[in-house]
Design a protein around this ligand. Structure first.
Ligand code: NAP
Length: 326
């Protein structure tokens, strides 16, 4: 990569973690840029309702995302709407190449690229994505008003999205591969008592069928008897977890077997000055508040790292230039 604009800190990813890091970095007077390829807020934008962000009993994901972004930008945080294509660690500066070919350099980089919805990898899923197959109820639920939908999954996301869809759809079938949900107790209770939701236990979606009018059925397989049956539906929403977006993680960075980056308690990777936060980092629990906390931790640590680097640079200057630099 060639030389270009130099920052103290580059943040890649504008979700709750990246934007919280932006707030703390700007307050620490770091020359900071945040790279985001879509709308600020990340996955939060897809949540109909957030009820566990302290201080807000109930707030829509889109509104919370907007508040995060406005807060960070109120300190003058620069945001570049581009895809980050490559992160190259360096001894003096780390370099980030953008999809448009520009190169940015910084003493420290915070990687906050989160994760993407996990795929079922069954026939029909890829072909009918956008024609009845969806990974976002808030984005697509509107198209299924008074229709029948199947939700696949048993975690918090599947439960939350089923409850959202149950307000719009005629009927929601929640298909789960075991006989107990993974979702938290409160969500489980709400799902089980919603008369618009029927849970189909011990079942997996083996195939999604569609015609010119879009999805019309899903083939369900009983995980105990292996029996298959066809269930009529207008749409299939898949919420079976997500995979970390680790494409930009430099070679040699310590990761666990599932592709999450291992950091120390400062969120720093084994490359000095490269931090990983939020859903990409190996940790217990993936919550908005935890990503925000990671953002704070990494920005505070990055500020100390940058200060140390700059002090070292000044110390290496010839005597006559030291007074000018300080
Ligand atoms: P998750 O907790 O990993 O749950 C994934 C669910 O999908 C599990 O029930 C799993 O079944 C099922 N599953 C996985 N692979 C499958 C496959 N190939 N076929 C069928 N089913 C499959 O994922 P998540 O619900 O997206 O949640 C991710 C994280 O975000 C969690 O830590 C969660 O607590 C958090 N989250 C929190 C909130 C909130 O607090 N408001 C909201 C959303 C998400 P098994 O149970 O059998 O493994």
């Amino acid at each position: 990569m060639s030389q270009s604009e130099i920052y103290d800190l580059i943040i890649i990813g504008g979700g709750p973690g990246g934007l919280s890091a932006g707030v703390y970095a700007m307050r620490a007077a770091l020359k900071t840029v945040l790279i985001e390829m879509a709308a600020p807020g990340g996955q939060v934008n897809n949540s109909d309702s957030v009820e566990n962000w302290p201080g807000d009993e109930h707030i829509s994901g889109a509104e919370l995302a907007m508040k995060f972004s406005q807060h960070a930008q109120s300190y003058g945080l620069e945001i570049i709407y581009q895809e980050a294509a490559e992160l190259e660690p360096g001894l003096d500066y780390h370099r980030v190449k953008l999809a448009n070919g520009s190169i940015l350099q910084a003493h420290a980089v915070i990687l906050a690229t989160g994760g993407s919805p996990r795929k079922l990898h069954v026939p029909g899923e890829e072909d009918y994505y956008g024609k009845g197959v969806s990974y976002c109820a808030v984005c697509d639920g509107f198209f299924f008003r008074n229709k029948t939908v199947v939700v696949v999954g048993g975690g918090d996301t599947a439960a939350e999205e089923s409850l959202y869809l149950a307000k719009l759809a005629k009927k929601v079938y929640l298909v789960h591969r075991r006989d107990a949900l993974r979702a938290g107790a409160l969500l489980q209770q709400r799902v089980k008592t919603d008369c618009n939701i029927e849970i189909l236990w011990n079942s997996v979606a083996a195939e999604i069928k569609a015609d010119d009018g879009g999805v019309y059925a899903v083939v369900l397989k009983d995980t105990q008897t292996e029996e298959e049956r066809e269930l009529a539906t207008d749409g299939v929403f898949i919420f079976i977890g997500f995979d970390p977006n680790n494409k930009l993680v430099p070679a040699g960075t310590k990761m666990n077997a599932d592709g999450y980056v291992v950091t120390d308690d400062k969120c720093e990777t084994n490359s000095p000055g490269i931090y990983v936060i939020g859903d990409l980092r190996e940790k217990y629990g993936r919550q908005i508040v935890l990503s925000a906390a990671d953002g704070c931790t990494a920005a505070l640590a990055a500020a100390r790292f940058v200060e140390t680097r700059k002090t070292a640079e000044v110390c290496e200057l010839p005597e006559e230039l030291k007074s000018q630099a300080s």
